[in-house]
Write a new protein. Sequence first.
Length: 400
Amino acid sequence: MRTGASLIRRLTTTNPLVGDVALAAAASVVSLLLTHERTPENGLWAPTDTTGQILIVLSSAPLVARRRAPVVTWALACAVWTVEMASGYWPVAASFGPLLCLYTVAAARPPRTIAVCTVLTCAGWGYSAVVDEINAVPALVGKVVVTAVLCALGLTHRELARRNERLATLTEQLRREQEERARRAVAEERVRIARELHDVVAHHMSVISVQAGLAGYVFGSDPGTARQALGTIATTSQEALEEMRRLLSVLRVDQRGEGGVPYDAVPGMARIGELAERVGAAGVQVEVRTSGEPRALAPGVELCAYRVIQEALTNVLKHAAPARAVVRVQYHPHQLVVVVTDDGAPAMPPRAADGLSSSGHGLIGMRERARLYGGTVTVGPRPEGGFEVRLTLPTSARAD
């Protein structure tokens, strides 16, 4: 039974005409069966003969086109119904078609049209009450109530259809928003990965490039300096590999959804000294000055500060070397302020060192990092020469 019902539902959904034809046939059969239940005491109406049966079938036939032209089908059904009553046949048997068409009008047409069709249908019932001398008033009241109920059902169907349509629209909108959020999350993750890769690769490759150029320049005249430069290259490349392994470990997610390494494995303020030594070995003298009371900060805040200092020193190495840089780390009660300055030539455009060109991604990455933790980054030339990078971070910020 359930399979048959599902098949019928599928047929009527995919092809509404099939459902309308079935409805018209069912209305005709029920109406014809109803005529056999009628007794001679039902009033002055004539017995239903072949002509009456044909009129009953014709009154239900317009239901086939009720979805395409509700008002027209209602008018045709009512016309046959009127002929049925005028011929003296019992009007109830031929009323199924007009009433079902009225239901369709209520479900698909404006209120004014519904009101007109309802009033005219009730007028037909009024005519039948005038002709019928037995229980005329109670019968009229019952028929009017049935008509009103069908109209109410049609209006309810219309409202449900509108709600379903709105629900479908909202569901589609929600699906698109979810897809957009997913795409945005993927894009943000790509930007984050690209930023990490830039911070790791650009700094270490800049040091390696400078040291390789120095080693090649003094290879014949100063073997000791060349060996020292090659040692710096080896150390820096090893550090770059370790940074890349750390980054890949953080990006790799295990089955429980946790990172492969703990978050405190990322570089923080404790490694600023190592960073200064590495840049110093590449030819830029770096001095680190700390004011305030140093304290442990959120891992994300420390990583942000470390990366900004790393990018600033890398830019000094690429564009202002040989130069002297000063890193000032200021611990305030509710802020961390980092200022990186160099004494490069004033008002000079950025220069690419050893064939490394600046694309501006580093400065964008610094600002994005600071914004992520509620901070700001300002970059600009100093009046006395060189550049200044200033980072301000609220120390209460936590990684998202």
